[in-house]
Design a protein around this ligand. Structure first.
Ligand code: GRF
Length: 200
């Protein structure tokens, strides 16, 4: 039954390359889980891909998300092991964070606390790295709280930035780290959650 099977919900607003890497990682390792993809943009390419793959998906707007609890209710009805933000740009209201403590994670394309916070997403992050002449950048995977890019860190990985690297080159280097490590972190947290539940 859908409601009792372990479930990972992915919230994404964009192309969904990380979402797809996570799903194919679980498929490849034959780990049994139900995925769903939830997006605040009904035209987001990630939803098109969910449709092609036969993964349940839904879109929502600010009102249904915040006031009508459409997403919160959807999540509560499932055996949620993890909620993964993969390119999701809205803050999560407190009621989401409180309902799923230590079950919501996000990936950010910089070494937080550098270049995080409201408005820091996509190429803007990498432009800031180049402007600052940093010689490393990387990814941060962290738990989600009520502030942007703020919760406890789970993993950081770095890449070297050369003086001549453009923001697009930095973006590519960072994306390679994302695609390599995010699925691994999701897997290990998912297995830990599943294990904890069978223990109790
Ligand atoms: C990634 O760079 C991620 O770090 C950030 O949003 C981007 C999503 O990319 N939070 P994609 O849609 O998974 O390709």
């Amino acid at each position: 039954m859908e409601s009792s099977s372990p479930h990972i919900a992915i919230l994404a607003s964009g192309t969904g390359s990380n979402a797809l890497k996570i799903i194919s990682h679980f498929n490849h390792k034959k780990i049994k889980v139900n995925f769903s993809i939830l997006s605040n943009r009904k035209e987001a390419p990630v939803l098109e891909k969910a449709k092609e793959l036969g993964i349940p998906y839904m879109s929502f707007n600010k009102q249904t998300f915040i006031e009508e609890n459409v997403v919160l209710d959807y999540l509560k009805e499932r055996n949620i092991k993890l909620i993964v933000l993969a390119g999701f740009l809205w803050l999560l209201p407190k009621k989401y964070v409180d309902t799923f403590p230590k079950k919501i994670i996000n990936i950010h394309p910089s070494l937080l606390p550098k270049y995080g916070g409201k408005g820091m997403y996509g190429i803007k992050v990498h432009e800031a790295v180049v402007r600052a002449k940093d010689n490393i950048s990387g990814i941060t995977i962290h738990y989600v709280d009520e502030a942007y890019d703020h919760g406890q860190h789970i993993l950081q990985k770095t890449c070297v930035i050369h003086p001549k690297d453009s923001p697009e080159v930095v973006a590519k280097k960072v994306q390679i780290l994302e695609h390599k490590y995010f699925p691994q972190v999701v897997e290990s947290l998912f297995l830990r959650e599943s294990h904890n539940q069978t223990e109790t």
